[in-house]
Design a protein around this ligand. Structure first.
Ligand code: AHR
Length: 512
């Protein structure tokens, strides 16, 4: 009896010590500076590629699918709920082949062009008016990507005038002739895309010169509205690119530098979107988490030339990229599983935590292409796990960042390790605190602890996105297999909140 008691006692002590050790404490970093998480971090991207525009967002006015000016009403509804702050268009690689004048005026007279990068012939039925009117319907700010690779400074200058000038110029007259009296006033302009690749295979030195030429002739609106010009940025680790742009382009000519990074395990063999093992999952997570290092290192370079952080880093293409699904519904069409939810959660946490420099980002792409938030097939539509993460996280838009520190537990696979827990937090205008947590570990739940007193909150509620298998996804037949549900795996003791985060799940807590 005595022995049994001793055994139980030792096991209770052991369990306590063990579980104590497994609780990771998150601490709040005290800082004088208040950094706002710019809502534009939550931007999206739509390119003339596969079924993103045609057969995705845009079905045309004559379609049997309910639409407003050709844009699907079910998509408009879902995207309005998502709170899309900005939408980048028309590319991507397509942008540097696009001639905007082909896409305005009576549809019948619009010439077609070969879609050089993504195949097929573009009939230009979705052009500037269709895109900008759609943005108005979505309540989103347009982000237009200008053609530097095969366009001219004049063409870009005239596009800016066409959409932004109220009246009194040849281009504003042309717009009025095309039945649009009022200008749209577009602030965000990309000056080319991937100039190191599909934009023209340029060196950063050559592009910097071109950038200066193009940007010089991009006029502010004749109501005085200022443009936010984004220079085509580096491919991942190409730090030299950022260095040259920051060094050579005068401050007043550039409001942001871009960066592109896709979470890809291996570009030669990207793997299936749904059939993957732990090794492939781990590889994708490794690539997604690389965003932290990229943002840090590009920011360090930018700091050298711009200590006041006037120039933003805009990650205007990011997301998971796998092999196009077999029998796919359009080019670069891929399903979207809980793995993609993990990519979205950890990446957005990186952006939030670096909101002092990262002030814009665009998930690639919005519908039917790469890490889409919406998939369609004819009249059917489904929201992906990534949609749900973006929606759960939209509480951070324009909120004040709460800087946090965490010594994350490890996610170990095949003797390699990654931080299992990723976190970011903010306080919004209504004084609500939001903490977003991701556990990427496929097998282990993880516990975290945070001081509620320090956060100045007493009550907590939350939502979780999880599923029984990381390969799970939503289908047209079972669209709600993965959707957020109320989360209650937490307890509060002596003002300390202890949360248990199940394997491969995303949790967003709200406190007041
Ligand atoms: O998002 C797909 C393509 O990826 C874009 O067109 C290009 O900019 C990038 O390489």
């Amino acid at each position: 009896m005595k022995k049994l008691f001793l055994l139980v006692f030792i096991s209770v002590i052991f369990q306590n010590v063990f579980s104590q050790n497994n609780v990771t404490e998150i601490t709040i970093v005290k800082t004088e500076n208040k950094t706002i998480i710019n809502k534009h971090i939550y931007g999206h991207f739509a390119e003339h590629l596969g079924k993103c525009i045609y057969g995705g967002l845009f079905v045309g006015e004559d379609s049997n699918i309910s639409n407003t000016k050709g844009v699907r009403n079910d998509i408009i509804k879902a995207l309005k709920e998502l709170k899309v702050p900005n939408l980048r268009w028309p590319g991507g690689c397509f942008a540097d082949t696009y001639h905007w004048k082909d896409g305005v005026g009576p549809k019948k007279g619009r010439p077609g062009i070969v879609n050089r990068w993504w195949g097929g012939v573009e009939d230009n039925s979705f052009g500037t008016h269709e895109f900008l009117d759609m943005c108005e319907a979505l309540g989103t700010e347009p982000y237009l990507a200008g053609n530097v690779g095969s366009g001219s400074p004049r063409e870009l200058e005239e596009w800016v005038q066409y959409v932004n000038y109220g009246s009194g110029t040849p281009m504003s007259d042309l717009r009025k002739k095309n039945d649009k009296e009022k200008s749209w006033k577009v602030a965000f302009w990309g000056v080319g895309n991937e100039m190191w690749g599909c934009g023209g295979n340029m060196t950063p030195e050559y592009y910097s010169n071109l950038y200066k030429q193009y940007a010089t002739f991009m006029p502010n609106g004749n109501g005085g509205e200022k443009l936010f010009r984004v220079a085509s940025g580096a491919n991942g680790e190409d730090y030299h690119w950022t260095e040259v742009l920051m060094r050579d382009i005068p401050k007043g000519l550039m409001e942001a530098v871009a960066l592109h990074w896709y979470s890809v395990m291996n570009w030669e063999k990207k793997g299936s979107s749904t059939k993957f093992d732990e090794s492939q999952y781990f590889g994708t997570m490794n690539s997604a988490l690389k965003m932290e290092e990229l943002v840090q290192k590009h920011s360090e370079i930018m700091d050298k030339y711009d200590q006041e952080k006037k120039i933003a880093l805009v990650v205007d293409e990011w997301g998971g990229w796998y092999d196009t699904d077999e029998g796919a519904n359009g080019a670069l069409f891929q399903q979207n599983t809980m793995r993609d939810a993990m990519i979205a959660g950890v990446t957005l946490n990186v952006f939030n935590n670096h909101a002092d420099r990262v002030r814009g980002a665009n998930l690639a792409q919005i519908v039917n292409v790469l890490q889409a938030v919406i998939l369609t097939d004819k009249e059917k539509m489904v929201l992906t796990p990534t949609y749900h993460v973006m929606k759960m996280y939209n509480v951070h838009q324009d909120a004040v960042l709460i800087p946090l520190k965490i010594e994350s537990p490890k996610y170990i696979f095949d003797k390699k390790e990654l931080p299992a827990i990723s976190v970011s937090a903010s306080k919004d205008k209504a004084n609500l605190t939001h903490i977003s947590l991701v556990n990427i570990d496929l097998k282990k739940e993880n516990k975290i602890k945070i001081d509620l007193k320090e956060l100045g909150i007493k009550n907590i509620k939350g939502y979780i996105l999880s599923s029984s298998k990381v390969q799970d996804y939503n289908t047209f037949e079972n669209p709600n297999k993965i959707s957020p549900v109320v989360f209650n795996k937490f307890s509060i003791k002596n003002d300390k909140l202890e949360v248990t985060i199940p394997p491969f799940s995303v949790v967003v807590l709200e406190g007041n």
